[in-house]
Design a protein around this ligand. Structure first.
Ligand SMILES: Cc1cc2nc3c(=O)[nH]c(=O)nc-3n(C[C@H](O)[C@H](O)[C@H](O)COP(=O)(O)O)c2cc1C
Length: 210
């Protein structure tokens, strides 16, 4: 299958069969998430990788009992920084200097600009920005999962505050944004598996400005 055929093959799986995903495929999906671009390269989020059955069962209760939460192999929880801080911004700029092995005047000026701009803004505005970054990585994970022929279900259908409490995310300066159960479709029990994919036609979606 070509990449586009795989993107057509993927769908928001409603029923999973509980089969386990080989570690190599999980590693590839996580690497795609790690490689996702983010605004200024800040990567303002973390991802919890949950295989513990008891924890999955607790999460299902606060995710409208969606069965994929417990029938998946691995459950990813995307959690965005609750705010930008000097320490968080400096950390990635310092890491960049360390990895690249040099300091650059323009880059340092950019650091100062972000430090001034972001640390002045209120936490909610910053969280709205960090949360948006998680969706980019989320889609990278979804696409890589499809590439690996692993099923997934993008999910916003859960109670964020309760999940934050359950996983003690707020204590770490994080807030949950989206979930991604990864597993394998249960073809006999998934009502969506054989239904046609529905998307706006190209003419409605794209405006060509030649
Ligand atoms: C951000 C986001 C949140 C979603 N939340 C849920 C969810 O909680 N449960 C679910 O079964 N599907 C959820 N979906 C799946 C969408 O309904 C689905 O992607 C859309 O209808 C397109 O269908 P397809 O993904 O099967 O092509 C979500 C999708 C996205 C992108």
């Amino acid at each position: 299958m070509s990449f586009l055929e795989k993107l057509n093959w993927r769908y928001a799986t409603k029923a999973m069969n509980g089969n386990k995903i080989p570690q190599e495929k999980i590693d590839n999906i996580l690497e795609a998430i790690r490689l996702a671009p983010t605004s200024s390269g800040l990567q303002p989020f973390e991802v919890m990788v949950i295989t513990n059955d008891a924890v999955k069962a607790e999460i299902k209760k606060i995710a409208f009992n969606q069965p994929q939460i417990t029938d998946c192999s691995h459950l990813l929880v995307f959690a965005a920084w609750d705010n930008y801080t000097e320490e968080r911004i400096n950390h990635i700029f310092d890491l960049t200097n360390k990895i690249r092995g040099f300091k650059n005047k323009g880059w340092e000026a950019y650091r100062e600009k972000l430090l001034t701009k972001y640390t002045k803004r209120n936490a909610e505005t910053n969280f709205q920005h960090t949360a948006r970054q998680t969706y980019i990585a989320f889609m990278a994970g979804i696409a890589q999962a499809a590439f690996e022929e692993v099923d997934s279900t993008p999910m916003e259908g859960f109670e964020n505050d309760k999940l934050d409490k359950l996983l003690k995310l707020r204590e770490k300066g994080l807030r949950s944004t989206v979930l991604l159960p990864l597993g394998y479709r249960d073809t006999n029990n998934d009502w969506l598996v054989n239904l046609a994919k529905v998307r706006h036609p190209k003419e409605e979606l794209f405006t060509l400005i030649d």
